[in-house]
Design a protein around this ligand. Sequence first.
Ligand SMILES: Cc1cc2nc3c(=O)[nH]c(=O)nc-3n(C[C@H](O)[C@H](O)[C@H](O)COP(=O)(O)OP(=O)(O)OC[C@H]3O[C@@H](n4cnc5c(N)ncnc54)[C@H](O)[C@@H]3O)c2cc1C
Length: 500
Amino acid sequence: MKHILIIGGGVAGLGAAFKVKRVADEGHPVTFTLLEKDPRIGGKIATEYVNDEWNGGEGERFVVDGGPDCFLTEKPACHRIAKLTQIFEDELPTDDSRKRTYILSRGRLHDLPDGVMMFAPTKFVPFATTGLFSLPGKIRMGMDLVVPKKQWSESERMDETLESFVVRRMGRECLDRLAEPLVGGVHASDPSQMSLAATFPRLLEMEQKYGSLTRGFIAARKKVEEMRRKYPPKPGQKRRTFFTSFSGGMQQLTEAMAAAAGRDHIRPGAQVEQIRRRDGGWTVTLSDGSALQGDGVIVATEGWAAEPLLRPVDADIANALSGIPASSSATVSLAFREDEIGIDMNAFGVLCPLAEARSLMAATYSSTKWPGRAPSGKVLMRGFVGGPHNQAIMRQSDDDLVEIVLSELRGILGVVGEPLFSRVFRWHLGMPQYTIGHLDRVELIEEQCEGIPGLALAGGSYRGVGVPNCIESGERAVSKLLGEWDIRSAEDGEEEKRYY
Ligand SMILES: Cc1cc2nc3c(=O)[nH]c(=O)nc-3n(C[C@H](O)[C@H](O)[C@H](O)COP(=O)(O)OP(=O)(O)OC[C@H]3O[C@@H](n4cnc5c(N)ncnc54)[C@H](O)[C@@H]3O)c2cc1C
């Protein structure tokens, strides 16, 4: 029996654990133990349920997501896991009848113009009439149609920062007012450091293929529209929206994964202090001094947490890991009575570009975007603070973070009511930063791992921070180990099915 020790109980570690369980169910001699330092499983995925005590605590509840609140619908991994764990029916599309996004610019709120894809306008009238950009800014963005594409030499890795790419193609105003809050904000990343090849390689490819992002995105929009016409949703079929969540919050996914993998094999509150290779196998030592033996080890912690564990195993891997920075952030959720909040709740959220120099990076109208997040007559909002440009705010107390977010919501959106309750979730070094050179570091880590039997790394620090990417990274880590032991799973080589 091959025993895999999985370190880290976030969605990547759980993705690995559940894969091992499925392979074992096929009859292969393999098992796992998952070790998670926190008392709770799920890592950055965390949902809290708050009873509606303002209604006697009966019936309805608030569903408060503290980390991710959704995943990208087009990526199949979450759907596949949801099917396998029987929670597919609980997938929750956004309520697009109330879709509206504001961007703050020079102190005023503007609608995100219709037809903007990432940061490229694909519809002329909404772009021409928006007050979000100045006239010179619009002309500069339009020049994307004529700016020649960048020539890359064969020996060069096609990569540059988000800032250099957007400024080169569409001008600084597009970066400051649109690309930074929309694209940089999603990754909580600094556009002047962020590697495009590691985050949005499609943009670099699009420039090469179409010679212009506007042309590339117009082609992409037309393709989507054609597919929608060709394959209209079947009666009774769920709506396909850009983002998807779960009716019980994102933790419904990690709870289902833990249950399906087998809780007997999962040890919360087990902090790994040391990993050692031992004649063909591995020994992992916990903070209580106890040790476990395994045939393989999957390190599915944050990159910075993996670094000290792996230094005695391979200094090159550890050095590459130390080159992956991370930034801290917090989400602050606030509940209100609908008739007291004082603003129109028909919107998904507001983005605050760095150029506005606000403490708030963005806010989501959680109970509008996701039906069922608040009991009837109540609403839920969530603000984001921190990120690479404002690490200092993380030194504030929870009470102060609540005050800061509340005062930003009052100043920016005109919120007037007093919150019924608040919840603060802190994510210390929770967002890995894919800076220039990231792919070189990840390739080096993977090459070194190839030469070390029984070792694999997984998680959001490497090839995608999104929840589906993390699940796949955990599964790939298991495949690496199984391959070394000549264990062939029926799943391997199976093409990923599309669910929508
Ligand atoms: C505020 C926020 C919002 C986000 N929003 C979205 C979103 O909407 N959609 C989306 O797709 N993604 C989003 N992300 C990104 C996504 O949530 C993460 O990339 C993903 O959850 C990371 O999963 P993971 O398993 O790689 O790591 P983690 O969830 O960080 O899990 C790693 C685990 O390892 C444990 N660990 C560390 N060291 C040790 C040790 N020595 N011993 C034992 N255990 C250890 C940690 O306690 C942790 O539980 C968001 C992230 C944040 C922070």
